[in-house]
Design a protein around this ligand. Structure first.
Ligand SMILES: *Cc1c(COP(=O)(O)O)cnc(C)c1O
Length: 425
């Protein structure tokens, strides 16, 4: 689908007809309107109801024995998610676990992988990091008795530019060099939608002698990942965005195989990290599970995991991330082509290159009345979000958004930007 404005590239109906994933839309319960905020909260898979209901039934009939009974025994329930999550992030099953929530996991992993030693104590993040990530890193630095004013280094887009240049990130890493302890960056940036070159960042970080971790909140379930192959030290993500796990869903964590059984790493411990065979012997002898599961603290949130399994099953049935990404690239080309019609009124600040972006667009209304345009879009039934200071985020999600959704969205955006006088810019 070339973005050439040819008639074929603008025909949503025929694209939907030819879409091998089109049927998955009917397996979701979507709010009325055009749902384009999978970047914030993925839609509800109908099967999540049945999965959650099944666990409520087991709770009702089995009570506490549900922990040990049958193939869905809660004691090992988290293991049911591991294989599918590992496939989504490109990992081995000993490297991935569903646990806690994103910010909690970032903290747990930084306890292990941020090890300041002498002058090697700096953490490189991006200047526009999601506030929770920024707070987490700052507080980790203080926790080690260091001052963020010295130890926190931020890489920023150049003045007048919206996205980060790869060369600026790599130069920053090389420059900090033997003072760099940790690089922590997003896989996909939450505001601009920019996808960072993770493999290159890992290589540069390791060459400088640092560990490299990623926040995959906007990458997991959005773009193809090869965490194992790339040698990423650790990563964490939430499951309520592109993984459709539901509000506050259980998060995920990755630790590379070369670290999972390293007992010399500092780590916060809990009973869910110890050998399940002896866990209930209630001794005070910690016997670390020889996988990333040893980072687990508490018994698992079963209802949340039950809901998430519905979505993971669907992603697997759809053909996994390669299939999702193939459709998404078509959707991106289609939306890019349609937005050309609004050039001069609306600009997408996400990178143009497909390899540097996922589903999400960051639309700026030229003329500066973006907030008002966002309100008009919502009134017209478009679910999208406003992020300060000035973008409207929309994300066509391959499993449940049709090309017709995109088409109608652009029609509405066209209308509201005309009536908002955005053309003056
Ligand atoms: C969504 C998001 C979060 C949210 O963190 P929680 O701990 O799940 O509340 C954090 N960081 C980034 C980059 C995000 O996109």
């Amino acid at each position: 689908m070339p973005a050439d404005n040819g008639a074929a590239s603008l025909d949503a109906a025929s694209l939907d007809d030819r879409d091998p994933l089109a049927a998955f839309r009917s397996e979701f319960e979507l709010p009325d309107g055009i749902y384009l905020v999978g970047n914030s909260l993925g839609a509800l898979p109908s099967a999540a109801r049945a999965n959650v209901e099944a666990e409520l039934d087991r709770w009702s009939t089995l009570g506490v024995t549900g922990h040990f009974t049958g193939s869905l025994a809660w004691k090992r329930y988290h293991e049911l998610l591991t294989g599918q999550l590992a496939a989504i992030v490109g990992a081995q099953s000993n490297e991935v676990v569903a646990m806690n929530a994103l910010t909690v996991n970032l903290h747990l992993l930084m306890v292990s992988f941020y090890q300041p030693a002498g002058k090697r104590n700096k953490v490189l993040i991006e200047g526009h990091a999601f506030p929770s990530d920024h707070f987490a890193v700052e507080s980790q630095i203080r926790q080690r008795g260091l001052d963020p004013a010295d130890a926190l280094v931020m890489v920023e887009p150049r003045s007048g530019e919206e996205t980060l240049r790869t060369s600026d990130i790599l130069d920053a890493i090389a420059e900090i060099g033997d003072e760099l302890a940790l690089v922590m960056l997003p896989g996909v940036q939450y505001y601009t939608g920019q996808r960072l070159p993770m493999a290159e960042i890992v290589e540069a970080g390791h060459a400088a002698g640092a560990t490299v971790g990623f926040d995959l909140a906007h990458a997991a379930g959005n773009v193809e990942l090869e965490l194992h192959e790339w040698g990423v030290d650790f990563a964490a993500w939430c499951s309520y965005k592109y993984l459709n796990g539901g509000p506050g869903a259980v998060g995920g964590a990755f630790v590379h195989e070369r670290h999972v059984n390293d007992q010399s790493l500092p780590k916060l411990l809990g009973w869910w990290g110890t050998n399940p065979e002896t866990r209930f012997a209630m001794t005070n002898q910690f016997d670390a599970i020889p996988t990333v599961e040893s980072w687990q603290l508490s018994n698992a949130p079963i209802l949340s995991m039950a809901a998430l399994r519905a979505s993971l099953d669907m992603i697997e049935r759809a053909g996994g991330m390669p299939a999702l990404r193939a459709k998404n690239e078509q959707q991106i080309r289609f939306l890019d082509a349609r937005l050309e019609q609004l050039a001069g009124r609306v600009a997408n600040i996400s990178p143009k290159n497909l390899s540097e972006r996922g589903c999400q667009y960051a639309l700026q209304v030229l003329g500066g009345n973006g907030k008002q345009v966002h309100e008009e879009l919502e009134k017209a039934g478009v679910y999208c979000d406003w992020r300060e200071p000035d973008v409207i985020r929309v994300a066509p999600v391959p499993l449940y958004n049709s090309f017709a959704d995109i088409d109608r969205f652009v029609d509405i955006l066209d209308e509201v930007t005309q009536s908002n006088g955005g053309e003056t810019a």
